[in-house]
Design a protein around this ligand. Structure first.
Ligand SMILES: [Zn+2]
Length: 158
């Protein structure tokens, strides 16, 4: 039989069905007009959003144009502070590509002034102390560890 994981039988771990498969794709993706978001993360430890000059909506994740007004948005630095919207504790490692070793907490945060929440990780907080609306602030990795990706920062309780 082949070593191809797609032909191996389904496994069960902690009550979850683990389906063997392989996805190995090397690729480059352009962030296009929203490249500044990733560059500012890496180079200046800033979270950038965009604001619609028509309706005032502040988007982070940034949008190049407002989906309601159909006008171009303008860059604006986001507050690093916000409140927890949803969260979950990750208990199992589904693959070797997972960004952090479990257990860890991930979820979404509504940054001050933002229209929609962003997804990130939480540190320095016990799962039992997490709740909707918990005030949190973004903490950036040291400059030499930042790679221009969303995991360049995480949230901690205020
Ligand atoms: Zn708008």
């Amino acid at each position: 039989m082949s070593d191809d994981p797609r032909f191996k039988p389904l496994k069960e771990q902690d009550g979850f069905a683990i389906i063997p498969d392989r996805w190995k794709i090397d690729y480059f993706a352009s962030a296009g007009e929203l490249s500044r978001f990733f560059l500012e993360l890496k180079e200046n430890a800033k979270i950038m959003g965009t604001r619609c000059p028509s309706c005032g909506s502040l988007y982070c994740w940034p949008r190049s144009w407002c989906h309601e007004c159909y006008v171009d948005c303008e860059w604006e630095e986001m507050s690093p502070r916000g409140g927890v919207v949803v969260f979950s504790r990750i208990e199992i490692n589904l693959n070797d590509l997972q960004q952090m070793q479990p257990p860890f907490i991930q979820g979404s945060v509504l940054l001050e002034g933002a229209r929609y929440p962003i997804v990130s990780f939480f540190r320095d907080v016990a799962f039992e102390d997490m709740h909707k609306g918990l005030p949190v602030k973004a903490v950036f990795l040291p400059a030499e560890e930042r790679t221009g990706r969303i995991r360049d920062f995480y949230f901690v309780p205020e």
